[in-house]
Ligand binder design. Structure first.
Ligand SMILES: NC(=O)c1ccc[n+]([C@@H]2O[C@H](COP(=O)([O-])OP(=O)(O)OC[C@H]3O[C@@H](n4cnc5c(N)ncnc54)[C@H](OP(=O)(O)O)[C@@H]3O)[C@@H](O)[C@H]2O)c1
Length: 351
């Protein structure tokens, strides 16, 4: 393969401050770094948005961020240059970055989750070229386009760790999985549950989105606006037993209902922070009287990403992409995310 020509400068977005999407600024003369020992240079072709990017934009993300931060954690592209002593990759490999730079595999610890792309002061992927540690990349499944592969690092991996790698009670044909919402994490959760043969119950604010979930293979549908006490419907749909797993992206405002939707000894995978607390003060009582396994999830390791990619290859799962925006329209893409109109993932093309 001939060596690609690498320009000396590139376009990159940066946050000037964190009080809203209007602070996203496109810079067109940014230096392209050279890969050092054990590093590679990736030409990024696509990036995808997560709700986290909206939290970063509005200064409400859990870690404080530094002005000048390059946004977004999730991107895919091709390796165009390798540094000294790189052993895992070569020029031309199709790759995606890992959400956490330091979490290789196994149990989590403070170091593993100390650096995440597009947060704190760690540059993200909304730029044309980025230097990565070779340990901070995975090869992407062959059958996926760059746009599809850019949806995997955060949303897909979070759902994968929750439903496949987390805990003792694996999702299978005898399981029922409750999926809250129809955003990025939720639809990957739906697809993993379906590919394991499980029954699913999908909650959404929109009947139109529920119909789309049905087309993907969802078993039962509940509109949570029409049924604010949706745990009652969930119990009815499971003949009073409750579900085995909940993909809990709602947070404080949905946790009480999730705990009341799960069977005795079932699993609530605590992922999201989308809604505010409601006036329920018996969380502890419900949790212990139903012997519920409540587990926090924080994306996952590189090893989990590699195992997930093998499952993608095996099941040929097609990520659900709602819309693809041009690089120059990144602000519009973030505004669309904030509107909540999307079904699945929002992608930005980088060319
Ligand atoms: N812990 C982790 O590692 C991790 C990883 C990824 C994401 N997250 C978190 O998980 C959440 C989802 O992230 P995402 O990127 O998938 O977001 P997203 O693509 O924007 O999807 C959010 C969806 O959640 C649903 N929703 C919103 N408010 C709700 C409510 N009050 N009750 C029930 N459903 C509600 C909506 O579905 P409908 O439009 O169908 O109603 C919405 O489309 C966010 O809080 C994010 O920060 C955490």
């Amino acid at each position: 393969m001939s060596t690609p020509t690498i320009p000396s400068t590139q376009k990159a977005y940066k946050w000037s401050q964190f009080t809203g999407i209007e602070n996203l600024v496109l810079h067109s003369n940014e230096k392209i770094e050279k890969p050092q020992r054990k590093q590679v240079l990736v030409r990024l072709h696509a990036a995808s948005l997560n709700y986290r990017d909206y939290l970063v934009a509005t200064g409400t993300y859990l870690a404080p961020c530094s002005a000048g931060l390059i946004p977004l954690s999730d991107g895919a592209g091709e390796i165009v240059q390798v540094g000294q002593d790189v052993t895992q990759f070569k020029v031309g490999d199709r790759v995606a970055g890992t959400f956490f730079e330091n979490w290789q595999d196994g149990e989590v610890n403070d170091h593993a989750i100390s650096r995440s792309l597009g947060g704190g002061s760690v540059p993200g992927v909304l730029q044309q070229y980025r230097v990565f540690e070779e340990d901070g990349l995975v090869k992407i499944p062959n059958y996926l386009t760059y746009e599809q592969a850019s949806t995997l690092p955060c949303a897909a991996l979070t759902a994968w760790v929750a439903l496949v790698e987390n805990g003792l009670d694996k999702v299978g044909p005898n399981s029922t999985v409750l999926i809250i919402g129809t955003g990025g994490v939720s639809l990957f959760g739906l697809q993993f549950a379906i590919s394991a043969g499980a029954k699913t119950i999908v909650l959404s604010s929109s009947d139109e989105k529920l119909e789309k979930a049905k087309a993907l293979g969802a078993t039962h549908l509940v509109n949570y606006r029409k049924h604010p006490d949706w745990h009652v419907q969930v119990k009815e749909l499971t003949n009073g037993r409750g579900v085995d797993h909940v993909v809990e992206v709602g947070g404080d405002g949905t946790l009480f209902r999730s705990l009341n939707s799960v069977r005795k000894g079932g699993h609530v995978h605590m992922i999201g922070v989308l809604s505010k607390a409601q006036d329920h003060n018996n969380l502890a009582g419900v949790l212990l009287s139903n012997l519920i396994n409540l587990k926090g999830i924080f994306v996952g390791s590189r090893g989990s990403f590699e195992r997930m990619n093998r499952a993608f290859e095996q099941h040929a799962i097609q990520p659900v992409i709602d819309s693809v925006f041009e690089f120059e329209k990144a602000k519009e893409a973030l505004e669309y995310l904030a509107s909540g109109k999307h079904f699945g993932k929002i992608v930005i093309k980088i060319d």
